[in-house]
Ligand binder design. Structure first.
Ligand code: MRU
Length: 367
């Protein structure tokens, strides 16, 4: 179990572990309004798809709590504004709008009740969203752990750990569950330019758990694969389209291409709250672009020449055809495509695995 809380409810407010300062300092930032939570999401105090969904739910609850003594129409108007602020804070991870829709659904179910009751009920719903996320990560972690061979050298990208969720993690949840099942694994963490989620956050989490971790520059992945030094690639997801295409941290797509080139399994681990059935294909997923300053320098130091611009798209889309399997709380969906995604969403049961001879399964290793 991770020895920290990514987000916690203390003394009537939300506290976010400030991920910008890790690993140098572990400070919590207090939020007492939806605006403060939206700013925390936008400024990357909290990041990672499920974690920002949980934070947004608390943002709505905070707003309701702030206005518990007002009239119902005033509260309803303030909640509407809070939804708008929170929804606009980051565009790519669907968990944000998923959590907001759940809060809206709870509000609708309660109808025109006393503001104090609404505030209490919305806070209870935010707690449920956070607790469920952590629980589901343990479930999907156990499903994924079965795919990890003993002794595996695993490559991961970005941070899909406890810091990116309510706890345990998705990709790192699978790794943690494999270790708990007695498997000896080691991890290569891509540093993940430019925000360094891998070098700072994944390395910090795994080191605390005593799981062997080695940081590499993003560009070293192909070299290590070509030398036969990586067995499995596993990443998280910010949004999975209805056809199985996966948006995740920039640099994920080239890893999937490399994994296919070298015959390595490429696994994506995420809860179903990261699946967006309303988006037909990856090309339609909104991709956030952040300021070029994150690329050209850091903390007042500029390494690119003055006057030179930079692009900073922070997510990319991996086509479903490159995904060996999607790991969710409902099990392992091998070679996800539109039909298998539909049955995953509709059946509530694990989708049937395809045979090893499928043209979509990894080819024999080419190292
Ligand atoms: O920009 P970030 O740090 O929010 O991006 C996070 C990722 O891309 C993660 O891989 C993804 O959210 C999955 S987290 C379980």
């Amino acid at each position: 179990m991770a020895a920290f809380d990514t987000l916690r409810w203390r003394d009537g407010r939300l506290e976010l572990l400030d991920q910008r300062a890790l690993p140098a300092a572990a400070n919590y930032v207090g939020c007492d309004s939806a605006r403060a939570v939206a700013e925390g999401i936008r400024d990357m105090v909290v990041r990672g798809a499920p974690a920002i969904g949980c934070a947004a739910a608390y943002g709505v609850a905070l707003e309701a709590g702030r206005l518990r003594a007002s009239t119902f129409p005033d509260l309803a108007a303030a909640l509407e504004a809070a939804h708008g602020l929170l929804a606009a804070s980051r565009p790519t991870a669907v968990n944000l709008s998923w959590a907001l829709a759940r809060m809206r659904g709870r509000q609708a179910a309660l109808g025109a009740c006393a503001p104090g009751v609404l505030a209490d009920e919305l806070l209870a719903e935010a707690h449920r969203i956070r607790e469920e996320d952590e629980r589901l990560n343990h479930v999907l972690g156990a499903h994924g752990a079965a795919l990890i061979p003993d002794g595996a050298r695993i490559l991961t990208h970005c941070n899909a750990g406890a810091l990116a969720t309510a706890g345990h993690g998705t990709a790192l949840g699978v790794i943690r569950s494999a270790v708990a099942a007695g498997k000896a694994v080691s991890v290569y963490a891509d540093e993940t330019r430019p925000f360094l989620q891998g070098a700072r956050l994944t390395a910090w989490e795994l080191a605390q758990d005593g799981i062997p971790v080695t940081v590499i520059v993003d560009a070293a992945a192909g070299h290590l694969m070509s030398r036969g030094e990586i067995d499995v690639v596993i990443v998280g997801a910010d949004r999975v389209a209805a056809n199985g295409d996966v948006a995740n941290k920039i640099g994920t797509y080239p890893l999937a291409v490399l994994a296919r080139r070298h015959g390595l399994p490429f696994y994506v681990a995420c809860p179903l709250s990261s699946v967006d059935p309303a988006i037909g294909r990856g090309a339609d997923i909104p991709i956030e672009e952040r300021l070029g300053d994150e690329v050209t320098g850091h903390d007042g130091v500029r390494w690119a020449p003055a006057g030179v611009g930079a692009r900073n798209p922070v997510f990319d889309v991996t086509p479903a055809a490159l995904v060996s399997a999607l790991i969710t709380e409902r099990g392992v969906t091998h070679a996800p495509d539109r039909a298998r995604m539909r049955s995953l969403l509709e059946s509530g049961r694990a989708a049937a695995p395809v045979r090893a001879s499928s043209p979509r399964s990894p080819r024999s290793p080419r190292r």
